[in-house]
Design a binder for this molecule. Structure first.
Ligand code: NAD
Ligand code: UDX
Length: 472
């Protein structure tokens, strides 16, 4: 079978960009991205896409309504497709067995049941969502138990490694594409067909093929490795703050060892995003279920250290502001979990804001890409506060960093947006309460320059700096 039509179930951060790039690179293939949310689909069909991702809009404009379609007609897209990506969300379970750790596969199962119900011809079903090892087996069982007469399914695992903020570049210049499938003849044929799609732009030697379970586990393993590097460097940032070593200098020296490498060693207020915590918790749960408690507790430490880092940073803010932030105005610059995205899922800024609000602070929040409604939703969510009205009264959301910082006691950098590096800190300083504090949670600013202006500067992984002015 030559793949002529692809359907992707799930028009989210993965389904949208991935299928846009497939459409761009494979003009001979018609790609339809479907979602049960008509609002999301309508946004994909508009000039304001539902997600902010550099370069995405340009790709969508080139292909939309030519060989790239966004639709709520799931039935039609599944019926016509030769290959179907399942790219739905796999959040952490909120209830029942494995609550708070296991991946909730209800959306994956829902998608599989829809495919089984609708498909009238053979399909290659591709697990693109991040799932526990052996999830493909469950999907296949559901598909094979519910299929229409004569319809055959092949299931492949093809995890996605893109990072938000750099998704288009990651997809176009992927380090590798991983495809896992059954060792049977049918499985190997399906692998070849999906490889053919990627070979439109990915060199064949970068397409790795494995058995299904290796592919599923490799995705969890890659995220666990990446997150553990951040916890490694963040753990050492605490040692730096206590000793006078500088974590940037340490990271540079350590990263120059070619066996270690320099990437992903940026100390921070802790990692956020929809993947790292969820996927490591999932790995921990799998290890526990496999009766591997030592392995489970090893990976749990990566999460625990991340919690510690977020708490440590926020405690330091309160401590340096004379042990009270009650009724003080603090500016939070950056709310997204990293720069170049409007995504706030598991953003450390949410944790910082919560702790400061619990301590009685008034927050002025500015982020260049996160919508005010999103910030409000995050901070008034029932899991966040029993008093949404109180929170609403304690926060103000700004669309200008100078207005956000005016009249505040402290500026707290929570996201490493480039824009924050170039701000006029003399002007900001002149409009702040004194002594004026900057807490650089991303280590992006010129701290000596800020201290010369008169700021009291605290950053992760370095001792607090200030000039002997303003009574210090
Ligand atoms: P998302 O929440 O942005 O998008 C998922 C979409 O699936 C939603 O729009 C939802 O409405 C839709 N959906 C759910 N069930 C459906 C159904 N039965 N029919 C139609 N639509 C349905 O999620 P995401 O961030 O794109 O992540 C998707 C998967 O990819 C997850 O497993 C995630 O772990 C994995 N992943 C995410 C990233 C990332 O950077 N976000 C990177 C790699 C892998
Ligand atoms: C991650 C993986 O990188 C990607 O391969 C996978 O497909 C999905 O999960 P993402 O969460 O989008 O991607 O962004 P990433 O760049 O990995 O950053 C995650 C978090 O770690 C962010 O909060 C970021 O600020 C933080 N981080 C990253 C650090 O604190 N220090 C670093 O050195 C790198």
């Amino acid at each position: 079978m030559v793949i002529k039509k692809i359907c992707c179930i799930g028009a989210g951060y993965v389904g949208g960009p991935t299928c846009s790039v497939i459409a761009l690179k494979c003009p001979d293939i018609e790609v339809t991205v479907v979602d049960k949310s008509s609002e999301r689909i309508q946004q994909w069909n508009s000039n304001k896409l539902p997600i902010y991702e550099p370069g995405l809009y340009e790709v969508v404009l080139k292909c939309r309504d030519k060989n790239l379609f966004f639709s709520t007609n799931i039935n039609k897209a599944i019926t016509e497709a030769d290959l179907i990506f399942i790219s739905v969300n796999t959040p952490t379970k909120l209830n029942g067995n494995g609550k708070g750790r296991a991946a909730d596969l209800k959306y994956v199962e829902g998608a599989a049941r829809m495919i089984a119900d609708i498909a009238q011809s053979n399909k290659i079903v591709v697990e693109k969502s991040t799932v526990p090892v052996k999830a493909a087996e469950s999907i296949l069982r559901i598909l094979r138990a519910n299929h229409k007469k004569g319809v055959k399914f092949q299931i492949l695992s093809n995890p996605e490694f893109l990072s938000e903020g750099t998704a288009i570049d990651n997809l176009i210049n992927a380090d590798r594409v991983l495809i896992g499938g059954e060792e049977s003849e049918g499985g190997q044929q399906a692998i070849k067909e999906l490889s053919w799609v990627y070979e439109h732009w990915i060199p064949a030697e970068k397409i790795i093929t494995t058995n299904t379970w290796s592919s599923e586990l490799s995705k969890l393993a890659a995220n666990a490795f990446l997150a553990s590097r951040i916890s490694n460097i963040n753990s050492l940032s605490a040692v730096c703050e206590a000793t006078g070593a500088d974590i940037s200098e340490v990271a540079n020296a350590v990263g120059k060892d070619s066996r270690i490498g320099s990437k992903f060693l940026q100390a921070s207020i802790g990692f956020g995003g929809s993947c790292f915590q969820k996927d490591i918790l999932n790995l921990v749960y799998i290890c526990e279920c496999l009766n591997l408690p030592e392995v489970a507790s090893y990976w749990q430490q990566v999460i625990d250290l991340n919690e510690y880092q977020k708490t440590r940073f926020t405690k330091k803010i309160v401590e340096l502001l004379f042990n009270t932030v009650s009724d003080k105005k603090l500016a939070i610059l950056g709310f997204a979990f990293k720069k170049d995205t409007g995504d706030t899922r598991e953003s450390p800024a949410i944790y910082v804001a919560k702790t400061l609000l619990d301590e009685g602070a008034k927050l002025h929040i500015y982020d260049p890409k996160v919508e005010a409604t999103q910030i409000l939703d995050d901070l008034t969510h029932p899991s966040f506060t029993p008093d949404p009205e109180g929170v609403r009264k304690a926060i103000e959301i700004y669309d200008d960093p100078y207005q956000a910082t005016a009249g505040t006691h402290a500026v707290v950098i929570c996201t490493e947006w480039d824009e924050f590096i170039g701000l006029d800190y003399e002007e900001i300083y002149s409009n702040m309460m004194k002594p004026a504090f900057i807490f650089d949670g991303r280590k992006i600013l010129n701290h000596d320059k800020l201290a010369n202006i008169g700021f009291f500067v605290h950053t992760v992984g370095k001792q607090t700096v200030y000039k002997a002015v303003n009574g210090f």
